[in-house]
Design a protein around this ligand. Sequence first.
Ligand SMILES: Cc1cc2nc3c(=O)[nH]c(=O)nc-3n(C[C@H](O)[C@H](O)[C@H](O)COP(=O)(O)OP(=O)(O)OC[C@H]3O[C@@H](n4cnc5c(N)ncnc54)[C@H](O)[C@@H]3O)c2cc1C
Length: 289
Amino acid sequence: MKPPPFRYHRAETLDQALGVLAAEGEGAKLLAGGQSLMPLLNFRLLRPAVLVDINRVAGLDGVVETASGLRIGAMTRHAAIAEAAPVARHFPLIVAAMAELGHPAIRYRGTIGGSLAQADPAAEWPLLAVLLDARILTRSPRGEGAHAAGQFFLSALTTALAADEIITAVEFPHLSAGAGWGFAELARRQGDFALAAVAVTLTRVDQRARDVRIALLGGGDTPCRARAAEAVLEGEELAASSLAAAIDALRRDAAPPSDLHASAEYRRELLGVLAGRALAAAWRRAGGE
Ligand SMILES: Cc1cc2nc3c(=O)[nH]c(=O)nc-3n(C[C@H](O)[C@H](O)[C@H](O)COP(=O)(O)OP(=O)(O)OC[C@H]3O[C@@H](n4cnc5c(N)ncnc54)[C@H](O)[C@@H]3O)c2cc1C
């Protein structure tokens, strides 16, 4: 199908883009990589009066290493992030997750800012942002702002962003030295949106798991931390019994959706299997194996 008619505004600066959003209100939509927006227009699920293209706005692109972590510009493409040396050095977890995000064509066009703003419950970036305690930096007519990823995703496709607020960058704080990571996802076919995924980081101190973080995709209508499972493992050795107890806690706490792709029961079972794989991988890596 073809999109409904819309006006097109190519912004050259962030202030120009902010000006159009302020003037048009809910009738304006930012155009980043277009990988979610254009299908929505083509299916006529959205009818914006004006598209504000921010692809030419300077300063929104690139990966920068800072003293506290990584700062990734909102317009940085998924593929460019996966290929950036500081990401490979500090967050190999992100590189692994990007390999599961759609197809190469999607990864070369889609942006981190667009993915977070879209807040698809089956998308990898929201999961990573929640796991890694990312800060989502924004600009609006009220000035600069920041959202903690943990409070950003309100429900499926809905975030805490105001209609006149633009994501400018995302900050990922460094993990503790020696942290291990694990990522496990299942999609029906390579490149499809995930049915479920689990991402983990932890450190291993004297054979005990510390700073255990487990985040779920498919465990609710937004990505979420599996707090009960984290508490089960904190300070414990990762052995068959502690792993089984953590997976039980995770399955009890998860509230997976049922849809035409999978039932809630299937997703709950799957989340436990994926968590087992991701936790075991994180434990091995944290031990230098
Ligand atoms: C066939 C297909 C398969 C896909 N598979 C996956 C997958 O497996 N995993 C996955 O995560 N994604 C997948 N995607 C989606 C893809 O990752 C998109 O790139 C991403 O969701 C949106 O990024 P975008 O830059 O294309 O944003 P756009 O489509 O341009 O915009 C999406 C939304 O975000 C808003 N927006 C964009 N940039 C900003 C900003 N800086 N500030 C505020 N709002 C902004 C737009 O106004 C719009 O509402 C798939 C897409 C397709 C078409």
